[in-house]
Design a protein around this ligand. Structure first.
Ligand SMILES: Cc1cc2nc3c(=O)[nH]c(=O)nc-3n(C[C@H](O)[C@H](O)[C@H](O)COP(=O)(O)O)c2cc1C
Length: 197
């Protein structure tokens, strides 16, 4: 069966470290026969004013947001894939605001009831992964980002596969000569391509 990978790029630097990691992960996955779609969260954020907190999604029949824009359509398309990968740099111990805006719009995938909660059935067969890169060591933000993502997705009943790259120099394309990181990224892409729960 064809494995569909949906990558959401949260980095504002289009040729930066996150983009290079995405390229390696995607190329290894494509080589294994996966279909890969890459979405630019920063571009989407230009027309995404963020979740309004109206909670209409909580009382609607389905698990969709009442704001009908490209972000809504992207969230719906994302659910048709086998693996959704959030790729991001660490910004002050978390991820860039543009990616946060996208994730907030995923609130419609959960309904809070009086006696608990339910999750969109469309999310049931989707695996979640995180690619994250930081300038400093793990303890200066990468670990916080990882915990934050795990907390978000445990609220949606999901575990996360992770590719975490600390201490990565910020210079454009310097990462390309790092064969150790490249090898890790290729292995991660291959693993995701072979993963269908
Ligand atoms: C606004 C901003 C905040 C950052 N905060 C952190 C941080 O808290 N911890 C860290 O290790 N690196 C931090 N960095 C460094 C980036 O995570 C790092 O340079 C990363 O490789 C950038 O990825 P990119 O090339 O995809 O933009 C920050 C960079 C920026 C621009």
């Amino acid at each position: 069966m064809l494995n569909r990978l949906f990558i959401i790029n949260g980095s504002p630097r289009k040729k930066g470290n996150t983009s290079n990691l995405i390229k390696w992960v995607a190329s290894a996955a494509i080589e294994k026969g996966a279909h890969v779609e890459i979405i630019d969260a920063v571009k989407l954020a230009k027309e995404n004013n963020g979740c309004r907190g109206c909670r209409q999604c909580n009382i609607s029949e389905d698990y969709t947001c009442v704001i009908k824009d490209d972000t809504s359509l992207t969230v719906a398309r994302m659910l048709k894939s086998n693996v959704v990968i959030f790729a991001t740099p660490v910004y002050f111990g978390s991820f860039p605001g543009q990616l946060k805006q996208f994730i907030d719009r995923m609130y419609c995938l959960k309904k809070i009831h009086q006696n608990g909660f339910s999750i969109s059935p469309a999310l049931k067969d989707v695996s979640i992964a995180l690619i994250a890169v930081s300038g400093a060591g793990e303890e200066f933000g990468l670990n916080f980002l990882s915990s934050h993502m795990r907390a978000i997705f445990s609220g949606l009943d999901k575990d996360i596969e992770e590719l975490l790259i600390p201490s990565c120099p910020p210079e454009i394309d310097k990462i390309k000569s790092n064969t150790r990181i490249k090898k890790k990224a290729l292995a991660f892409g291959k693993m995701l391509a072979e993963k269908i729960d």
